[in-house]
Design a binder for this molecule. Structure first.
Ligand code: ZN
Length: 80
């Protein structure tokens, strides 16, 4: 055991969850795009067409890799 002075390191960077903005994943069929938006939106910020809010959470979506996102978007496209 080495006794460097690392014990006092701050490890609370991600503990401010309450201030994390609530982001929701929406899909616009017109743009064929997934939009991450702050709050529940009903129209697309890009084209103004109605949006579909997706059941996946922001965290789930951000944890997906590019391939999983493609698959997910594919699924949105076929369901809508
Ligand atoms: Zn759009």
């Amino acid at each position: 055991m080495t006794s460097t002075s690392e014990n006092g390191r701050i490890k609370g960077i991600f503990t401010v969850q309450e201030e994390f903005p609530m982001m929701y994943i929406h899909y616009c069929t017109h743009c064929d795009r997934i939009h991450m938006l702050n709050g529940h939106k009903t129209s697309c910020p890009a084209c103004g067409q109605p949006l579909k809010e997706l059941s996946v959470s922001f965290l789930e979506f951000t944890n997906m890799d590019a391939q999983e996102r493609d698959l997910y978007q594919e699924k949105c496209r076929s369901v809508l």
